[in-house]
Design a protein around this ligand. Structure first.
Ligand SMILES: Nc1ncnc2c1ncn2[C@@H]1O[C@H](COP(=O)(O)OP(=O)(O)OP(=O)(O)O)[C@@H](O)[C@H]1O
Length: 987
C-alpha cells in the first residue's frame, strides 16, 4: 500500500465518532454604567464555580453555587476566555472535526463583546497552524448569515432577500444560494468580518445601545490534504467547519423598554431562543425521542452543532447586577442543561476512490482474520453472557411462578365469592328472571359478580362510599326517592369484605353511614376525601413526577403501591415552571419529593393548605388555574409574606409529559399547564415578583359555562372576561399570526414560555411509560428468553398497550393508535370494574383528537395499574377487597341507573330502549334488566349504545363542555373544599 493510501486509511480509522459533552463556560462581565447603582450579586469563587451572594432573604431558597467547565469573573480578559473556554474546540476544525462556539446570554451581557474576540483569536490561531504545516494544503472558505425575525440573510451579500433552508441528506440543513468566499489570507477574512459587522442588524434598547437584534453565524470551512499526494487520485482530504455563533440576547420587553420594531424583534429572538432551550434540554436528557430542531431556523441550522457531529463550546455571558437576577438564573439553567448534552464529533475525511478501496480491503482482511482466529477473550465473554442470561431466566421463572400462585389465590377467592352469590340468588326472583332472558354468559357473569356485592338501598346494609366519586367525583346523580325498592337481597359477604377495608381503586373506603349515602347519589368531589386519598395512592404514578434518579431510591411509599419486585423507575415530576432539573431549586425539589413520598403528610394538613390556596387563587381571580394548581404538590410553597401571595402560581406543578408535540397543543391540556414562566427556564422569582394583574393576564381560557359550573360563586356577570387578557396563544396561532403587532404583544407575553413548558414537560411520559413497562416487561422478557432457549421462532409481539406507539407515532398514525388504545381502555374498564359514569364520560369526551393522547395514555396507565393491583395482590387480602369493592360500587351505579330510568325516560322512550336492547316488553323488571346490561360487553356497538343511554340517564353535560382535565393528571390531589364540588348534572 502506498503512503498516500496508508495516510488515508489512518485518517479513516481516526474518523470514528467520539462522544463528548459540550464544554460550557460562564463569563461574568463587570457592572456597566447603567447598572451603577445596582449591587453585584455574583462572584466567581473558583475557576469552575460561580456563586450567588444572597443578601435578600427570600433568595435563600435557591441554590447559590453553580459549577461549569470554566467560569470567568469580571476581571478575566477575552483572551483568557478564549484560551480556556474555546480554543481547543475551535481548533479542532484543522483536524477535520466540526466545531462550534456559541455565546448565549441575556441582552447586554457581553455576547458580542466575547464572540468578536474569540473569532479573532481563533482565526489567528488557525492561520498560525496553517503556517506551521506547510506540508498540507489548506483551502479556507467563509460564509456568514444572520437570522433576523426568523428570516435568514446572507451577510456577505447586499441582497437582503431571505434565503431558504434546504435539507441535504448528506450535509444536513444548508442555506440556499449562500455566498461562500474562498479566503486568500488572514486579511481577506478580516475584511469579510468587518462587512458582516456592518451588515448585521443592530438596534438600541434600554439595556444596550448596540444590541444585536439577530443571531449571527459565521462559518469557516477548512479543507486540507497532504500536498505530496494531491492530484494523484489516491489521497484523502479532511473537511470541517467551525461556526462562531453570536446569539441575540434573551430579553424582557419590560426591561428593554421595547416597542414597535424592537418588540417584534424581541419576540422572534425569544422564540428562537426558546426553541434552542428546548432542544438543549431535550438533548440533555439523551437523544431519544423527538428533538424539536425544526421548530426554528436557528436550531435547524445548528442541528449538527447541537448533539451531532461537532465539538461544541458554549460561553454563557451574564451581568452580575441584581436587577438581572432572573435572566442570569435562566442563563445559568441553560448552561446547566447544555453541560449534559453529548455530541459525537468525528474526523470528516473525504477519500478518493482508490483510497477508499484500499481501506475497505484492509477492513475485510481484519474481519477475516477475526473469524479465523477468534480471540479467547471473546469466548469468555460469551460464556459469561450466557451464564448471566441463565441466571436471569431462573429469576424470571421464579417470579412467574410466584405471580401465577398469587393469581390462582385471588382467582379462587373470587370464585368463592361468585359461587356464594349465585347460591344466594338461586332462589331470588331477579336471578330467575334473569335466567329467563338468557343473557350472554359474559354479561351474566359480570352482573352476577356485581350482584354478589350488591346491597339494597333499603336493606340497611351500609352503602359504602356512595359519595365517593372517583376521577374528580365528576358524576352526580339525582336520587329518585319514589323509586321502587330493589328486589335485591343482602348478601353475606366474607368477614373481611364487611369491614371498611374496601380498597377499590375506583371507590375507596369511607366512613359514611348508609343514611348519608342514601340521602343522595350526588357524588360530589368535595365528599371524596377518602376516595382521593386512595386514588392518590393508585394514581400517584401518573402524577408526572420528574424526580431525578438520585431521588428515586427514597420512594418507599410509592413503591408499596406496586407489585413486589417491581423495578420501579420513578416517573418524572415536572416541578415548577421548568421541566429541567434546576440547580437552584434542588433543595425545594428534594423536600417536595420527600413530602410526596410521605403519604402521611399529604393528608388533612396539606389539604387545608390547598384549600387556602384555592381560596387565594380564586380571590385573586385566578380560578382558571385551579384545576392544575393543586394537583401535584400538596405541600405547596405558599408564602403569604410574599408581596403577591398568589400561591397558586408558586405551587409546584406536576405535568405529564410526552414526546408528542401535538400534545403540547392540546387546548384541553392547557388549562392544566398555566403557570406562565417568563422564559423557558423561568424560575419562581417571577411568580413572587409578578403582580396579580400580571397573573390574571395569563390565566387560561376556559369555557365560561364550565367555569361557572365549577365555581358558581365566581360567576359574576360583571367580572371581566379574563380570557380576553389571556396571554394564551396556541402554538399554531403563534406560528401563523406572528406578523401583527397584537400578536407580537402576545409573543412577548410569556405564553411562549408556556408553550415551552407544556411541550418540554412532555418528555416525562417517556419515563412514565418505561416505569409502566418495566414490570410488565418482566413477563415478556421471560417469555422471550424462554422461546430463545427452546429454539422457538416465536417473535416477540409488539407491546400492545398502544402507549409507546402512540407517542412516537406520526399524526397520520394517530387514528389507528387511538382506536387501538381506546379498545384497550374499554377492555381495561371492563376488567377493572371501572365506574359506568366514568366510562361514559370518557368515551364521549375523547373521540380521537390527537391532543387527547395524553388523557388516553393516563387512563390506560391508570387502568393497567389497577388491573395489576387486582391480580397481583401480595396476600390476597386488601386487593381482593378492592375487587369486591369495585364490583359493589358498579352494582350501586346500576341501581342508580335503574332509578334514573324512571325519572329520565318517558314510557315511549323506555319501550324503544327495551326493544333496542332486546328486552322482552312483556317481561318483568325490564328496567332492572336494562340497568344490568349496559356496559357489560366490549364491542363498540354495545359501548356506544351504553354510553349514549347512560349519558341520557345522567344528563351528561355536552362533552365539549366537560373538563378533559378531570381525566388527566390532576384528579388525585384535588382539594376537597365544598367550593370545588361540582355536579355535572347540574342538580
Ligand atoms: N467582559 C466585559 N468587560 C467589559 N465590558 C463588557 C464586557 N462584556 C460586555 N461589555 C460591554 O457591555 C456592553 C454590551 O455588550 P454586548 O453588546 O457584547 O452585549 P450582548 O450580550 O451582545 O447584547 P445584545 O444581546 O443586546 O446584543 C458593550 O458596551 C460591551 O463593551
Amino acid at each position: 500500500m502506498g503512503a498516500a493510501e496508508e495516510e488515508a486509511a489512518a485518517a479513516w480509522d481516526k474518523a470514528e465518532a467520539k462522544e463528548e459533552r459540550i464544554m460550557v463556560s460562564v463569563r461574568l462581565r463587570p457592572l456597566n454604567g447603567r447598572e451603577a447603582g445596582d449591587s453585584c450579586d455574583w462572584e466567581c469563587i473558583s475557576p469552575t464555580t460561580v456563586m450567588f451572594r444572597s443578601t435578600v432573604p427570600e433568595r435563600a431558597m435557591f441554590p447559590t453555587a453553580y459549577t461549569y467547565d470554566r467560569v470567568f469573573g469580571p476581571d478575566s480578559s477575552t483572551r483568557q476566555v478564549y484560551e480556556e473556554g474555546a480554543k481547543e474546540v475551535a481548533l479542532s476544525v484543522v483536524s477535520g472535526i466540526n466545531s462550534s462556539i456559541f455565546a448565549y446570554g441575556q441582552t447586554s451581557s457581553g455576547k458580542t463583546y466575547t464572540m468578536t474576540g474569540i473569532t479573532e483569536y481563533s482565526v489567528l490561531d488557525i492561520y498560525d497552524y496553517i503556517e506551521k504545516h506547510p506540508e498540507r494544503e489548506f483551502i479556507l472558505r467563509f460564509s456568514a448569515i444572520e437570522i433576523y425575525n426568523e428570516a435568514v440573510r446572507d451577510l456577505l451579500s447586499h441582497d437582503t432577500t431571505p434565503l431558504r433552508l434546504l435539507d441535504d441528506p448528506e450535509k444536513g440543513t444548508t442555506v440556499e444560494k449562500l455566498t461562500e468566499e474562498t479566503l486568500r489570507d488572514k486579511d481577506h477574512l478580516r475584511n469579510l468580518l468587518a462587512v458582516c459587522e456592518a451588515q448585521r442588524q443592530i438596534g438600541e434598547t434600554a439595556l444596550n445601545e448596540t444590541s444585536s437584534r439577530s443571531h449571527q453565524i459565521l462559518r469557516l470551512t477548512i479543507e486540507s490534504s497532504t500536498r505530496q499526494y494531491l492530484g494523484r487520485g489516491n489521497s484523502s482530504t479532511l473537511v470541517a467547519c467551525v461556526n462562531f455563533v453570536d446569539l441575540a440576547g434573551s430579553e424582557r420587553a419590560s426591561q428593554t423598554a421595547s416597542a414597535g420594531v424592537r418588540l417584534k424583534e424581541g419576540s422572534h429572538i425569544n422564540r428562537s431562543l426558546l426553541t434552542l432551550g428546548k432542544v438543549v434540554r431535550q438533548l440533555s436528557k439523551g437523544r431519544n425521542g423527538h428533538i424539536p430542531y425544526r421548530d426554528s431556523k436557528l436550531t435547524r441550522i445548528l442541528q449538527s452543532s447541537l448533539g451531532g457531529n461537532a465539538r461544541t463550546a458554549i460561553i454563557c455571558t451574564m451581568s452580575p447586577a441584581r436587577s438581572h437576577i432572573e435572566q442570569s438564573r435562566n442563563t445559568l439553567l441553560f448552561a446547566t442543561c447544555a453541560k449534559e448534552v453529548v455530541t459525537n464529533a468525528q474526523v470528516n475525511v473525504v477519500m478518493s476512490d482508490k483510497a477508499l478501496v484500499k481501506h475497505l480491503q484492509r477492513e475485510l482482511e481484519r474481519l477475516q482474520s477475526e473469524i479465523k482466529f477468534p480471540a479467547p477473550a471473546s469466548c469468555t465473554t460469551h460464556a459469561e453472557a450466557l451464564r448471566e442470561k441463565d441466571a436471569q431466566i431462573k429469576k424470571l421463572e421464579k417470579q412467574l411462578k410466584e405471580l401465577m400462585e398469587e393469581r390462582d389465590t385471588v382467582k379462587s377467592q373470587l370464585d368463592c365469592l361468585l359461587k356464594s352469590d349465585c347460591d344466594d340468588h338461586s332462589d331470588g326472583r331477579v336471578a330467575k328472571r334473569w335466567d329467563e332472558h338468557s343473557r350472554s354468559s359474559e354479561s351474566f357473569a359480570r352482573n352476577a359478580s356485581e350482584e354478589a356485592f350488591s346491597v339494597s338501598d333499603t336493606s340497611g346494609v351500609p352503602y359504602q362510599d356512595q359519595d365517593n366519586a372517583v376521577f374528580n367525583g365528576s358524576y352526580v346523580f339525582s336520587d329518585d326517592r319514589d323509586d321502587i325498592v330493589f328486589p335485591v337481597q343482602t348478601v353475606d359477604l366474607p368477614e373481611e369484605t364487611k369491614h371498611e377495608k374496601f380498597m377499590s381503586p375506583w371507590h375507596p373506603p369511607s366512613h359514611h353511614s348508609s343514611s348519608d349515602c342514601i340521602e343522595s347519589y350526588h357524588m360530589t368531589e368535595a365528599a371524596s376525601r377518602t376516595a382521593s386519598e386512595v386514588s392518590e395512592e393508585h394514581c400517584r404514578e401518573v402524577q408526572c413526577i420528574d424526580i431525578h434518579e438520585h431521588r428515586r431510591s427514597t420512594s418507599h411509599k410509592f413503591d408499596l403501591l406496586l407489585p413486589q419486585d417491581t423495578e420501579f423507575q420513578t416517573p418524572e415530576l415536572e416541578i415548577s415552571k421548568e421541566a429541567v432539573p434546576q440547580p437552584d431549586e434542588d433543595q425545594e425539589l428534594e423536600s417536595i419529593t420527600n413530602r410526596m413520598e410521605d403519604p402521611t403528610r399529604m393528608c388533612p394538613v396539606e389539604e387545608e393548605q390547598q384549600d387556602e390556596i384555592v381560596d387565594t387563587c380564586e380571590s385573586n381571580g385566578t380560578t382558571d388555574n385551579d384545576v392544575k394548581l393543586y394537583t401535584c404538590d400538596s405541600n405547596i410553597s405558599f408564602d403569604i409574606q410574599k408581596p403577591y401571595p398568589n400561591g397558586c402560581l408558586t405551587v409546584k406543578r406536576c405535568i405529564l409529559s410526552s414526546k408528542d408535540r401535538a400534545l403540547s397543543r392540546s387546548k384541553s391540556c392547557r388549562a392544566s399547564f398555566m403557570i406562565i414562566p417568563n422564559s423557558w427556564f423561568d424560575d419562581s422569582e417571577y411568580t413572587s415578583q409578578t403582580p396579580p394583574n400580571e397573573i390574571l393576564k395569563h390565566t387560561p381560557r376556559r369555557f365560561d359555562k364550565v367555569r361557572r359550573s365549577l365555581y358558581p360563586e365566581n360567576d359574576n356577570p360583571s367580572s371581566v372576561d379574563r380570557s380576553e387578557f389571556s396571554g394564551e396563544v396556541s402554538s399554531d396561532e403563534v406560528v401563523k399570526d406572528m406578523s401583527t403587532i397584537d400578536e407580537v404583544a402576545k409573543d412577548m407575553c410569556p405564553s411562549d414560555a408556556e408553550q415551552e413548558t407544556l411541550t418540554s414537560d412532555i418528555s416525562c411520559l417517556t419515563k412514565l411509560k418505561k416505569t409502566d413497562s418495566d414490570h410488565e416487561d418482566e413477563l415478556d422478557e421471560y417469555q422471550d428468553q424462554q422461546s430463545i432457549r427452546d429454539g422457538s421462532t416465536t417473535l416477540r409481539t409488539v407491546k400492545d398497550v398502544g402507549i409507546d406507539s402512540s407517542l412516537s407515532a406520526s399524526p397520520s398514525r394517530w387514528p389507528i393508535d387511538f382506536e387501538k388504545m381506546r379498545q384497550e381502555i374499554i377492555q381495561l374498564w371492563h376488567e377493572c370494574n371501572a365506574p359506568i359514569v366514568h366510562r361514559t364520560y370518557f368515551f364521549l369526551l375523547f373521540k380521537g383528537d390527537p391532543a387527547d393522547n395524553i388523557y388516553m395514555e393516563v387512563e390506560h396507565r391508570r387502568l393497567s395499574f389497577i388491573r395489576r393491583s387486582f391480580s397481583a395482590s401480595p396476600a390476597g387480602g386488601e386487593l381482593n377487597s378492592a375487587v369486591v369493592s369495585s364490583l359493589k360500587n358498579l352494582r350501586r351505579e346500576r341501581d342508580m341507573l335503574y332509578k334514573q330510568m324512571l325519572k329520565k325516560l318517558t314510557n315511549g322512550e323506555k319501550e324503544r330502549v327495551y326493544a333496542r336492547w332486546g328486552i322482552d316488553l312483556s317481561s318483568k323488571q325490564r328496567r332492572l334488566q336494562l340497568s344490568r346490561l349496559v356496559w357489560t360487553q366490549t364491542d363498540m356497538e354495545h359501548i356506544r349504545e351504553s354510553a349514549s343511554l347512560v349519558a341520557k340517564l345522567i344528563e351528561l353535560l355536552e362533552p365539549a363542555q366537560a373538563l378533559k382535565e378531570m381525566f388527566g393528571l390532576n384528579f388525585t390531589l384535588a382539594p376537597r373544599s365544598e367550593r370545588r364540588s361540582f355536579g355535572l348534572l347540574g342538580t
